[in-house]
Ligand binder design. Sequence first.
Ligand code: CDT
Length: 310
Amino acid sequence: MREIKVAAAQLGPIQKAESRAAVVARMIALMQQAKAEGCPLIVYPELALTTFFPRWYHEDRAEADSWFEAEMPSPATQPLFDAARAMGMAMSFGYAEKTPDGHHFNTSILVDAAGNIVGKYRKIHLPGHVEYDSERSHQHLEKRYFEPGDLGFPVWRTLGGIFGMCICNDRRWPETYREMGLQGVEMIVLGFNTPSVNSQKGAEGLAQRLFHHKLSVQAGAYQNATWVIAVAKAGDEDGHHLMGGTLIVNPDGEIVAESQTEGDELVIHACDLDDTVFGKETIFDFARHRRIEHYGRITAQVGVVLPPED
Ligand code: CDT
């Protein structure tokens, strides 16, 4: 048994005018609760420090840089790192990263109980658009503000297991999980900000969005025999609603714990990393059962799959 009690720390809405200091205070309050519950690991959402700013159009890139952290720990997050180290808590959270050479990524980090950043992931699947789009009910400008991640989907041997990260839209793509599954991942932590309506398809509302979210996360967990911790930023941000749906999913693809609110809320479960072993040694033993040579030939032309050559 390799049990790790995880706190999925859903954050309620963060308004545009709310300071990072105020958000970090909320994050520390959740961490104190998680510590009191006996959790050594707390997981926060995507872009945890601010409102979901890609909904706001900035013509001037430099102006948009105000949403980014130029270092980590940054001045605003130093109190979070100090609190985590003092409590001996490991954590993961997402933030907008500006690198010293001027690149911009939607990033999440994994920090061990001593406060060392042991893992970094940069979001690969960036949804939305680059320019202001008056046809949409709301803007989703991730493609404007971020470059696709350049780190792949690594895994890290830490906290007594094999950990991976992805961010929000990544969770809808099977290859996200499979990349990490092929490296033996035992727990994937991810944060998300998902508007509860589709900006281009009015009929797609909260119920369908929650369904697709759960479908993706549960399938990814099951098909790769891994735990998945999926953490929302939820609620009404300046009139824009983000769905909740924070989940802890076991390696059988079952939801074992989920949020009940759209506010700051801990979702806790004691996850046994050894629960991944059965799936990895049986139906999803990739080394024994995958038959890549029979899958077909994928040509350089994207999307065209040809039958295998004789
Ligand atoms: N943050 C993020 O990636 N959200 C997307 C919304 C998709 S609609 C442009 C998601 O996949 O949940």
